[in-house]
Design a binder for this molecule. Structure first.
Ligand SMILES: CC(=O)N[C@H]1[C@@H](OP(=O)(O)OP(=O)(O)OC[C@H]2O[C@@H](n3ccc(=O)[nH]c3=O)[C@H](O)[C@@H]2O)O[C@H](CO)[C@@H](O)[C@@H]1O[C@H](C)C(=O)N[C@@H](C)C(=O)N[C@H](CCC(=O)O)C(=O)O
Ligand SMILES: Nc1ncnc2c1ncn2[C@@H]1O[C@H](COP(=O)(O)OP(=O)(O)OP(=O)(O)O)[C@@H](O)[C@H]1O
Ligand SMILES: N[C@H](CCC[C@H](N)C(=O)O)C(=O)O
Ligand SMILES: [Mg+2]
Length: 492
């Protein structure tokens, strides 16, 4: 593609000299990936400044550079106010605006994004569509899964992935949209058709600093959604009426609104919810009638995720009969309230609750199921929101009989200091702190008696533990199984 054509997408009112004949073969924002013919975009990051790598990018073959300041280089340097924004718009243009050719559903909110995207993906693929999915666990194109670094990748990867989806026949894509990605503008240039809001509770205050800022970041998804009757495709915002942030988002979007909820009246409302160990039943009021559902998922929070998914699928023109058939057959998402079965006589649940709200929801659900003691093994991630640590410790002590604090992913923080931050929230409570997560799980397993329940919270599907900058193999589900086997062997 000609650089001149690309730049017109960026700043159509500006004339560019010396760029007429420059052909761009690729866009890169990492000098290590630059090849002959690349356009290098300098991003001032949180750890390093991409502008420092511009000269090296040119040596490797970059034919032009997008920068936030003048640079003295032997290739044209185009100065823009925000290179992150430029990267999003240029990537969208370079790959032929692929998201406009997909039915794109974005899901944002503190908790439930991964679960909701998976339910929506199942409904759409059961309806015969080839789908794409992007989120915390992986990128999926059809049945093929690819590793992913961020929940929402940066714009270059994102647009390249949309192009790959489009080229392989995907018609609908569903993705998690993190608050970080909205704040950094990774999703500028994405043409969303449906935007879903799950909920807003405390997390990521290390990044956003205040809940107002965090709420504003999530709201950007609804603000960028576009008009209800713009283009030939209607746009929908799917909002949770039981969460007050929805009222802000409703004001910030000009898309059609579909609401869901349990406690308040909504377009999609669940009533008469009944839960047992094998699933949940409820009555669903919808704009086109009332239905009875039995889902295999457990907990009030699961009902919210199912309602959000139903509304998003409805906005995607799937019939209610098809939607209900699909949601009733969803068995669960890996690492989300996943039970570990090693033929033991107590229950072990691995769950990805790593925020105060999700931990409380998970524990309240465990309380409804547990017959006897509840052991909770939980830690808090390092290099992340410190203020959630004492809260998570309080919630653990409040809803468990036995609280066992341990390490999550300490990253570059001292695991002992993270535990101290947790312990500060529960000065008058009883708990045990065991830094080593494997030992903590073994401790809970050794104590558990028939009928007890162990909740291992925080790491869900993760198959690693990050200590320092290194990833070590660690899977709560496997570690719990091994611990159970060890207990059985030692009691023989
Ligand atoms: C704090 C934050 O958001 N960081 C994100 C940010 O990284 P950064 O700004 O620090 O980048 P950097 O490493 O300083 O590099 C700056 C520039 O120099 C370039 N570079 C760098 C080194 C080099 O040798 N050569 C070079 O050219 C880099 O390619 C980059 O363009 O931009 C990167 C690209 O988009 C992200 O991968 C990275 O996410 C890091 C890994 C991260 O941990 N992010 C978390 C906080 C996050 O975004 N989480 C949300 C999920 C949250 C949730 O699920 O609730 C997410 O969407 O993943
Ligand atoms: N709707 C919900 N409301 C509150 N808690 C929920 C909800 N859905 C799931 N949870 C809890 O949050 C945990 C994480 O769920 P999920 O992975 O779907 O969320 P997420 O928003 O994708 O999280 P992340 O921000 O880490 O990507 C689950 O293990 C469960 O304990
Ligand atoms: N998307 C979240 C995941 C947290 C998972 C938890 N295990 C941790 O490491 O804190 C984050 O990056 O903050
Ligand atoms: Mg997720």
């Amino acid at each position: 593609m000609k650089l001149h054509t690309l730049l017109q997408k960026l700043q159509p009112y500006l004339q560019y000299n010396d760029v007429d004949n420059i052909e761009i073969q690729s866009i890169e924002n990492d000098n290590r990936k630059v090849e002959e013919g690349s356009l290098f975009v300098c991003i001032k990051g949180y750890t390093v400044d991409g502008h420092d790598f511009a000269a090296s990018a040119v040596e490797k073959g970059a034919v032009a550079v997008i920068s936030e300041k003048e640079l003295s280089l032997k290739v044209p340097v185009i100065v823009v106010k925000s290179t992150r924004r430029a990267l999003s718009l240029l990537s969208d243009a370079f790959y032929g605006q692929p998201s406009q050719q997909l039915h794109l559903i974005g899901v944002t909110g503190t908790n439930g994004k991964t679960t909701t995207t998976h339910i929506i993906d199942k409904i759409l693929s059961d309806a015969g569509q080839k789908t794409g999915l992007m989120g915390t666990m992986y990128t999926k194109i059809g049945q093929q899964k690819y590793e992913i670094k961020n929940t929402t990748p940066e714009s270059l990867t994102l647009q390249r992935t949309f192009k790959q989806m489009k080229d392989t026949g995907v018609t609908s894509a569903v993705m998690e949209v993190s608050s970080h990605s909205l704040d950094e503008g990774r999703v500028h240039g994405c043409d969303f058709d449906v935007a879903v809001f799950t909920n807003l509770t405390q997390d990521h205050l290390d990044y956003h600093h205040t809940m107002d800022e965090y709420r504003r970041a999530k709201g950007l998804l609804f603000a960028q959604l576009g008009n209800a009757y713009h283009y030939d495709r209607p746009k929908y915002a799917v909002l949770n009426v039981d969460d007050p942030a929805s009222y802000d988002y409703e004001k910030s979007t000009s898309a059609y609104i579909l609401t869901y909820g349990i406690d308040r009246d909504a377009d999609f409302r669940a009533r008469n919810i009944e839960m047992n160990a094998s699933g949940t039943t409820f009555e669903l009021d919808s704009p086109i009638g009332t239905y009875s559902l039995h889902i295999q998922l457990i907990g009030k929070f699961s009902v919210y995720n199912v309602l959000a998914s139903i509304a998003a699928a409805f906005a995607s023109n799937i019939s209610m009969e098809q939607i209900i058939q699909s949601v009733e057959s969803v068995a669960g998402v890996a690492g989300r309230f996943e039970t570990v079965d090693a033929h033991q006589d107590f229950t072990v649940i691995v769950d990805y609750s790593h925020t105060p709200d999700s931990l409380e929801n998970a524990l309240k659900t465990v309380q409804q199921l547990a017959k006897k003691r509840i052991f909770t093994v939980v830690g808090c991630g390092g290099d992340r929101d410190r203020t959630k640590r004492p809260l998570m410790a309080q919630i653990t002590c409040k809803h468990s009989t036995d609280a066992i604090f341990t390490s999550d992913n300490p990253r570059t923080e001292d695991p002992g200091s993270i535990l101290k931050d947790m312990e500060a929230g529960v000065k008058n409570e009883s708990y045990v702190s065991i830094i080593d997560r494997k030992e903590a799980i073994q401790y809970a397993v050794n104590q558990a008696e028939p009928g007890d329940c162990i909740l291992i919270a925080g790491k869900g599907h993760e198959t690693y533990q990050i200590i320092g900058h290194e990833h070590f193999d660690f899977d709560d589900r496997l570690v719990a199984k091994e611990a159970i086997e060890k207990k059985k062997t030692s009691s023989k």
